[in-house]
Design a binder for this molecule. Structure first.
Ligand code: AMP
Length: 311
């Protein structure tokens, strides 16, 4: 990576088509390559309506790459609810302003027809048993649709073979969407994508609510009630840190005191496979590593969160 990475303050180039994206990446990489050695290309896929969680991903990617591409695309295939897709916030102008400050080089903001020119793809990716659990159980088809777009974006932003120096290619995803991250790691492994997947920790409000583009649909009262998610996870984490029995049911009981919050799942799983851990229902002291996965509905808004235990 050349020395001037992370110091750009220019407006990003906004491109709408795959062809423009390839040309822009080739051009920027050629410039980075002129410094010699190797070049580093980073991709941050998003659905826009950017907040500090996205900005953290972009800042991490900016610091590690010569050329930084951020995609903004609301992927209909991963919405199982048409109303949720329609009301998903679309704020491209504001997003581009944020990305200019964050130092993105290229913003890829395609129209749906650019990504899916024949409508829904005939050939599909299957997220398997893992894609049917947790979020997949409540949102059938969500992860297959997510994999469809991520596979395309990873492919469309791939460094061109013509680049005069070797290119390190990385893509950045938030730990907030833990199940998505595990599936993307499997996508890359199972299909031999030449890209390194990098994960970035969850960004929260000062009170503990994980940032999400959907939080703007919460009333102040609902946002306050939603803090029970963080309280419940913290209760378990404190016990895990002390190597005590976790008694997850105590944390689950907190949700009963919040009528505005409807708990969907509260599960302790293996962080790499998302297999449920036996600790879940035992009274034995916690040891090892785990990931606590939570999903709850507050009004119309579905919130997901997670916290690692034993790290
Ligand atoms: P989205 O626009 O919701 O598809 O999210 C784009 C990327 O930002 C995904 O990799 C998310 O995991 C990540 N992300 C969303 N919210 C947060 C957050 N609060 N902290 C860190 N990363 C996040």
């Amino acid at each position: 990576m050349s020395n001037d990475a992370g110091k750009r303050n220019q407006e990003p180039l906004v491109v709408r088509t795959a062809r423009e994206l390839s040309a822009a990446i080739a051009d920027r990489l050629a410039r980075a390559a002129s410094a010699g050695g190797t070049a580093a290309l980073g991709l941050v896929p998003t659905m826009g309506a950017l907040h500090s969680g996205h900005e953290s991903l972009v800042a991490t990617a900016r610091a590690q790459n010569d050329v930084l591409v951020v995609s903004v695309f609301v992927n209909e295939l991963q919405f199982n609810d048409a109303a949720d897709f329609e009301r998903y916030p679309r704020t491209l102008d504001a997003d581009v302003r944020i990305l200019a400050r964050a130092g993105a080089d290229i913003v890829f903001a395609p129209e749906p027809g650019e990504i899916y020119p024949d409508g829904r793809p005939l050939v599909k990716l299957d997220s398997g048993a893992l894609g049917a659990k947790f979020e997949g159980a409540s949102r059938p088809g969500h992860f297959d649709g997510m994999l469809a777009v991520v596979a395309k974006l990873l492919h469309l932003a791939m460094p061109p073979a013509s680049c005069p120096v070797p290119v390190r290619y990385s893509a950045y995803f938030g730990q907030k969407d833990a199940q998505q991250l595990v599936l993307i790691n499997r996508l890359v492994k199972d299909l031999n994508y030449p890209v390194e997947i990098c994960s970035v920790p969850i960004i929260r409000t000062s009170e503990g609510l994980a940032l999400s583009s959907r939080n703007q649909f919460l009333t102040p009262e609902q946002a306050e009630a939603a803090l029970v998610i963080f309280r419940a996870m913290t209760m378990v984490k404190v016990r895990a840190d002390r190597h005590e029995p976790l008694f997850l049911e105590d944390a689950v009981a907190l949700f009963e005191e919040e009528p505005l919050v409807e708990l969907d799942y509260f599960e302790l799983v293996d962080p790499n496979t998302l297999q449920e851990l036996a600790f879940n229902c035992q009274e034995t002291p916690f040891a090892g590593e785990g990931l606590l996965l939570v999903a709850a509905k507050v009004g119309q808004v579905r919130l997901i969160d997670n916290t690692p235990l034993g790290y």
